[in-house]
Design a binder for this molecule. Sequence first.
Ligand code: ZN
Length: 186
Amino acid sequence: LNFYIMPLQLPITTYGMDVLRKTTKPVEKIDNKIIELIDNMFYTMINAYGIGLAAPQVNSDLSICLVDISCIDEYKDVKPLILINPVILDSHGESTKDEGCLSIPDVRGEITRPDKIFLKYNDFDMNEVKIEIDGFLSRVAQHEIDHLHGKLFVDYLSKESMSKVKSQLRKIQKRKVETDYPLYED
Ligand code: ZN
């Protein structure tokens, strides 16, 4: 029996919640639960107009993240990445660009990261895949992989930039923010 289950738009966890500060657990095998989670994560990301999403952002403790920058015209031919147990093996160069995060609404900051990364991850058959990516795709992947280690982009901000976003971060911690996607209530 084969039937299609409509994916769910999951609520997004926000700055201040413990789940965003924990190191995730590796995925051991791909079962229906994992496939359902990834399906729901895709649906959630697209509906929130996100270009990446990591499992802790939907309150999961698994090492899974998605990157899909194809909604940006310039990158419309770039295929989405489903990264299961990703590990950055090597990195080169440096670039600085503005970043934001669905879990930290209305906060943006200039973040410096390596430009090119060489990474490995598992695919849906749990085979190990190695890829080299650079530019914007690499930046988004690094942001999402950071989430799997409890790291957030605001952790890279200078003291001066941090002081500018502090009041907004406090608002988020108190859930006094409005978003056009559902937020997690604990
Ligand atoms: Zn994020």
